[in-house]
Design a protein around this ligand. Structure first.
Ligand code: PSU
Ligand code: MN
Length: 329
């Protein structure tokens, strides 16, 4: 059973810019009222999208959550303080500053203690979302098992954190720069359910179909919310849930271009000896620089679609929770 979200001291809710954690007023109000809230990661903005696009896209992602019926909470650390929900100035700092560190779960406490600024990954965003009682999270692609992990041990911390954190993550699958079947096997080992949204295929981020099956298929946001609720009731909610939302087939990156870039990108990594936390950002940059804008277009479209769907799921979940608690008393 996952640890319950620890209650927050009142002082943490004050948006005064001090202390290790602050919640934006709009987010705190929505949480208190039981409204749907969607956590958004920030590494996607600082390390996943080019400067010049990231700020605009960051705002569009938040708008997509609202269009889905929920309140967005972009999460990042600024000068040692974790912010759950960013105002415009904070979003700008995150998207334009040169000293934004990619912060996975293990880095959070260190960076907070040292007063640093950083962006949160799927792993750290999930952990922080759970900390404040947010149950739904939207991103682009999940980290996973890297190719060659049997030798390098490079398995994203995203998977380990999902295994112990009851949040639902909407993503577009994983990129085929990763070991896709290895990632699916690992998620099974960790008891993390993977639900294809209106698809039988596990999506491959830029590609609508990774070539591997999704273990489950759901048809609606309401069904995703029902899954979370049922796991709660059955006390099988110690892990997260992955909802895999594919790009429509006519919006995916051309598979021939895609396959060429994957091969070249992996060669580049090997040649430059890039490893560890630099791997994912380096590959994303390579894709964006060499696809004539296609990878960026697809990346933005899939993130916006995921944010919208996550908004719908969070809204459905809040309604379900309200209905259930009023009928069970
Ligand atoms: N996939 C993307 N864009 C990203 C990432 C993954 O398409 O920006 C980021 C996410 O923040 C994810 C992290 O949590 O990379 C995984 O990094 P690593 O493989 O180092 O764990
Ligand atoms: Mn890694």
């Amino acid at each position: 059973m996952a640890p319950a979200a620890r209650p927050l001291a009142d002082s943490l809710q004050v948006h005064d810019g001090h202390g290790p954690l602050v919640i934006a007023n709009a987010v705190a109000a929505a949480l208190a009222a039981g409204q749907g809230v969607v956590a958004l990661e920030s590494t996607i903005l600082s390390h996943g999208l080019p400067r010049g696009d990231n700020l605009r896209v960051g705002r569009e992602i938040e708008a997509a959550v609202r269009a889905g019926g929920a309140v967005p909470a972009t999460i990042a650390m600024l000068n040692g303080t974790v912010h759950i929900g960013l105002d415009d100035a904070a979003l700008e700092q995150l998207c334009s500053s040169d000293d934004i560190i990619k912060l996975s779960m293990r880095d959070l406490g260190v960076a907070a203690a040292l007063g640093l600024s950083g962006a949160t990954t799927v792993a750290s965003t999930s952990a922080l979302a759970h900390r404040v009682g947010i149950r739904v999270f939207a991103t682009g692609g999940l980290g996973g098992v890297h190719r060659g992990a049997a030798e390098t041990f490079d398995v994203s911390a995203d998977l380990g954190v999902l295994a112990t954190t009851p949040v639902l993550v909407v993503c577009a699958g994983v990129k085929s720069i990763l070991d896709v079947p290895g990632t699916l096997e690992y998620l099974e080992t960790l008891s993390v359910p993977v639900l294809g949204y209106r698809t039988d295929a596990f999506p491959g981020f830029y590609l609508s179909d990774s070539g591997y099956a999704a273990p489950w298929r759901i048809e609606s946001a309401a069904q995703a919310a029902a899954v979370v609720h049922a796991r709660d009731v059955l006390a099988t909610d110690s892990a997260g849930v992955v909802v895999a939302n594919p790009l429509p087939l006519d919006r995916q990156v051309d598979p021939t271009l895609h396959d060429r870039l994957v091969t070249q990108g992996l060669e580049l990594l090997a040649r430059k000896g890039i490893h560890g936390k630099e791997v994912t950002p380096a590959l994303l940059e390579f894709f964006h620089d060499n696809s004539g804008g296609e990878s960026l277009r697809a990346n933005i479209e899939l993130v916006l679609a995921n944010a919208r769907l996550a908004g719908e799921i969070a809204a459905a979940l809040s309604e379900l929770t309200v209905t259930q608690s009023s009928t069970s008393v």
